[in-house]
Write a protein that binds this ligand. Structure first.
Ligand SMILES: Nc1ncnc2c1ncn2[C@@H]1O[C@H](COP(=O)(O)O)[C@@H](OP(=O)(O)O)[C@H]1O
Ligand SMILES: [Mg+2]
Ligand SMILES: [Mg+2]
Ligand SMILES: [Mg+2]
Length: 352
């Protein structure tokens, strides 16, 4: 453990890199019975479970005392009906954990040739993500595949990891295997990792964790401003975003993208703002869907709040609790978007 989070950053990048390799290789081999539908009707694949097992194993070896808030749990895999899926997940996780050591890897993190885990160790690693969250101490958030629907469509998804200390995000790492390395040159291929440490800036790395390039959100002109939003209409209100962009006289179409790749795109100047307003009452945003993105955008010089201008509260458990909606944008744009969001909310209330 280090006070400047250097070790945490190294471990987190190593874990995300291995998980990205796993998810991108599993995509090509994914077959029908390797996806389950969870209680909330959302999909989860062998890739989600195996990636959570890999990241959680590495974290537990590197920082045995730390608590983990992970999206997935292994209860379906412990049932007799989940045996086939479990066998596949154990094989995938072990393949990723035992890959040759690469840049900055350390065998003390439970990785490298010969470090196979048992079925029970893999299932326990997944279930170690069951922490309820809270406002004190150290905890990691894992979203092993954020944007599972995008992953299944072959579009954007992200492997997301953050370290939260006393409710403040201190380290965030987001791996985006399908995101263009250079948006101006899509022919240069896809796959990048984004990393931010509080007070130390934001960087884009290669998918193997090399060549750090500092990121900062460029000033936005009225012509270059547009919104990043979810592909899934059930996850955020597209019509609300249309209203806000017309209030701001935005002429460029929205950029639709799954997952926290939106925060990454914003941090490197693609799109001026990410707006995510609830579609109905009751859904509470999950901390693992926003913690790494929040620190990345803040360290790239931007601002992240909810729709009332309040900071996101990561200390209330597994969800963002009382926060309503999310607005992430550059410093110059955020006040304008917030004002337009408030106006659009007032219009909605007046109609109701
Ligand atoms: N009704 C809802 N409103 C807002 N977010 C939702 C939602 N149902 C699911 N989600 C979240 O939306 C995330 C994907 O975000 P996006 O739409 O930006 O790609 C999902 O992450 P997972 O794919 O990790 O489950 C899930 O946590
Ligand atoms: Mg999910
Ligand atoms: Mg998610
Ligand atoms: Mg997920």
């Amino acid at each position: 453990m280090s006070l400047d989070y250097t070790t945490e950053q190294q471990v987190a990048v190593a874990a995300v890199r291995r998980a990205c390799h796993l998810t991108s290789s599993v995509f090509n081999k994914l077959v029908k019975n390797e996806t389950l539908v969870k209680g909330d009707k959302s999909p989860v694949t062998v890739g989600d479970f195996a990636a959570q097992a890999v990241i959680s194993t590495i974290l537990h070896n590197a920082f045995p005392q730390d608590l983990i808030v992970g999206e997935e749990d292994a209860s379906d895999l412990r049932a007799e009906s989940g045996k086939e899926m479990k066998d596949r997940i154990v094989a995938l996780a072990n393949e990723a954990l035992t890959e040759e050591l690469a840049l900055g890897d350390n065998t003390n993190w439970g990785i490298g040739p010969g470090q196979e885990k048992t079925d029970a160790e893999i299932l326990d690693a997944i279930d170690r993500g069951n922490h309820e969250g809270g406002s004190t101490g150290r905890m990691w958030t894992i979203d092993p595949i954020d944007g599972t629907k995008g992953f299944l469509r072959g579009e954007q998804y992200a492997v997301c990891l953050s370290l939260i200390v006393d409710a403040q995000v201190q380290v965030g790492v987001i791996g985006c295997p399908n995101l263009p390395i250079d948006p101006a040159h899509p022919e240069n291929g896809t796959g990048c990792i984004f990393v931010a440490v509080r007070g130390k800036g934001a960087q884009q790395l290669t998918i193997s964790g090399a060549n750090p390039t500092p990121l900062s959100i460029p000033p936005t002109t009225p012509e270059s401003l547009n919104f990043l939003e979810s592909v899934e209409a059930a996850h955020s209100s597209h019509s609300f975003n249309d209203r806000v962009s017309s209030l701001l006289n935005i002429t460029r179409p929205h950029t639709r993208m799954d997952s926290q790749a939106k925060y990454c795109a914003l941090a490197r100047g693609e799109g001026g703002a990410y707006l995510r307003m609830p579609t109905g009452v009751g859904y509470k945003e999950k901390i693992w869907d926003h913690a790494p993105g929040q620190i990345l955008v803040e360290e790239a010089g931007g601002i992240v709040t909810d729709s009332r201008g309040e900071p996101l509260n990561f200390g209330l458990g597994r969800t963002l609790g009382e926060n309503y909606g999310v607005i992430a944008a550059g410093k110059d744009v955020h006040p304008r978007v917030l004002a337009a969001v408030k106006q659009a909310l007032n219009e909605t209330k007046a109609k109701a």
